[in-house]
Design a protein around this ligand. Structure first.
Ligand SMILES: [Zn+2]
Ligand SMILES: [Zn+2]
Length: 248
């Protein structure tokens, strides 16, 4: 199974990172619809797209307005956008209000409820689970017959959090890490994670591979999170890059 990192930044794009968007071409599953979504067309292998939204903050949804261009370049018969009902309602009434985006999109809006799993095409089972974040967010665990992954973004990592047992032992964990260990106060204040707490949480989850995502766009060095502060608890943990393809 391959996962394409189309956007690994939080908040706003940088010269090298678009905002949150990940793609599983074999299943047609898109995780979040940030600015990286414009990169989708040449990668599409299915006749449908299932876009799973963690929440409706702009860095996770602005790319929905690029869907016209995506399906113009690579037509598909169905696009489904999944998210919590109040988030979908906010997107429809605000992002797609006539004053902001005056063209109607041909998509199906599909509600999810934390704790209630549902099947998707390509024999995958998707389990949304609640995450602590201002306004609320959901993570997703996806299981295929022989593979599993979890997407945990926009929350404050904690080894004792309720989501830890839900995703324990997955083959691939994408976990947000917006701040360095020294910026933990900011992480807590904004509902995000810092390197040290992600390392301890990733150790408790014990995924086969763990990659850090939702990186601070102001961090432009080769070491945007101070990875050593996570490696001490979780050896092998990596920082995802835009256009990286993760095999799991
Ligand atoms: Zn975000
Ligand atoms: Zn957010």
């Amino acid at each position: 199974m391959k996962l394409h990192c189309l956007g690994t930044a939080g908040y706003h794009p940088s010269e090298t990172r678009q905002t949150s968007c990940y793609f599983l071409p074999e299943s047609g599953i898109v995780l979040d619809a940030g600015a990286g979504l414009f990169r989708l067309p040449s990668l599409i292998e299915t006749d449908h797209l299932d876009i799973l939204l963690s929440h409706s903050h702009l860095d996770h949804i602005c790319g929905l307005t690029f869907l016209l261009s995506v399906v113009f370049q690579r037509p598909v018969s169905e696009v489904r956008v999944w998210g919590e009902p109040e988030k979908l309602a906010a997107i429809q009434s605000h992002l797609f209000s006539e004053a902001i985006f005056p063209v109607e999109l041909d998509v199906q809006w599909k509600p999810v409820v934390a704790g209630h799993a549902f099947p998707l095409a390509g024999d995958s089972m998707v389990l949304p689970f609640a995450l602590e974040h201002p306004g609320g967010s959901v993570g997703y665990r996806i299981d295929w017959p022989d593979r599993s992954m979890a997407y945990v973004t926009d929350t404050t990592a904690d080894p004792t959090a309720e989501y830890v047992p839900v995703v324990r032992g997955v083959d691939l964990l994408l976990h947000e890490c917006n701040f360095r260990a020294s910026q933990d106060e900011w992480a807590i204040k904004t509902g995000h994670s810092s390197t040290d707490r992600v390392g301890r949480t990733a150790a408790a989850i014990a995924a086969r591979q763990t990659w850090l995502v939702h990186l601070n766009p102001l961090e432009t060095s080769d070491d945007p999170v101070g990875i050593a502060d996570a490696e001490s608890n979780c050896p092998g943990i990596g920082v995802a890059e835009d256009l990286q393809v993760i095999d799991f």
